[in-house]
Design a protein around this ligand. Structure first.
Ligand SMILES: Nc1ncnc2c1ncn2[C@@H]1O[C@H](COP(=O)(O)OP(=O)(O)OP(=O)(O)O)[C@@H](O)[C@H]1O
Length: 238
């Protein structure tokens, strides 16, 4: 079991700063949330941690420094990302979408079968093109794909958006179990909402900057509401 430690992570697009020197720990065996309004920098943070956008700072998994590694090497080191917007191969079947990652991570077809069996609907749809799945089915596929390599770190960017409560509950159960099995889980979302049930600790991200850690969903929600109230007051005053 390895904690994920991020120190002074910054993401810049030209002169614009999307993430400004954020430091946080995602302990193994827990679900850590980063909540923040639209445009706060959540996706930039997730992509920076995974290495798929340029970022400065240090990213360590246990004693292993991932900071200079390409995304594929981070994946092989045990990091998995469920990016915002699902990002499947729409013209490949459900099984083929899983096989692509299985080949990269040198996993067996038995691992692909386990991923298909994680959600019964995926097994039913294994020969269908991913592009014709419903939104919820696609999300089950990306989560199942991310879990296929038994990741030590699982990062989920707005994975619940637009999904029915039953599917949200099912996905959340899967993710909580992943943390209970020892993974360090980081969920980034604009609303705590149904995630409250699964969150152990978390941070508020506001205008590229991360606040202090809060233990438990109640304290995190209160801090987020307060931070959003501050923004509201500023807007009213303008
Ligand atoms: N590729 C990019 N090039 C330039 N600016 C970008 C790029 N991606 C994001 N930004 C800007 O960086 C800031 C943070 O965006 P980001 O998508 O990380 O926020 P977010 O918190 O994930 O937002 P949302 O909840 O709406 O998805 C925004 O001002 C956005 O316009």
């Amino acid at each position: 079991m390895s904690d994920l430690r991020i120190e002074n992570l910054s993401v810049r697009y030209g002169k614009a700063t999307a993430v400004e020197k954020v430091s946080l720990t995602v302990p193994a065996g827990s679900v850590t949330a980063v909540v923040g309004p639209n445009g706060a920098g959540k996706s930039s943070m997730a992509l920076g941690i995974y290495g798929s956008t340029d970022a400065q700072g240090t990213i360590k998994l246990g004693e292993t420094d991932l900071s200079q590694m390409a995304p594929i090497s981070r994946a092989r080191a045990g990091m998995a990302l469920v990016p915002q917007g699902r990002q499947l191969f729409p013209r490949l079947t459900v099984r083929e979408n899983l096989q692509v990652l299985a080949e990269i991570l040198k996993l067996s077809s038995a691992d692909v079968d386990l991923a298909l069996d994680r959600f019964p609907i995926l097994r039913e749809r294994e020969s269908r093109l991913a592009g014709v799945l419903s939104g919820g089915e696609q999300q089950m596929l990306v989560v199942s794909r991310a879990l296929m390599g038994k990741p030590k770190v699982l990062i989920l960017d707005e994975m619940m958006t637009g999904l029915a409560p039953k599917i949200v509950a099912e996905l959340l159960d899967t993710i909580i179990q992943c943390a209970r099995d020892g993974a360090a889980v980081l969920i980034l979302d604009p609303a705590l909402g149904p995630l409250k049930r699964g969150v152990d600790r978390g941070y508020v991200l506001l205008r590229a900057q991360l606040g202090a850690v809060h233990q438990g969903p109640v304290a995190l929600d209160a801090a987020y509401q307060q931070a959003m109230g501050v923004i509201h007051e500023e807007v009213v005053a303008e």
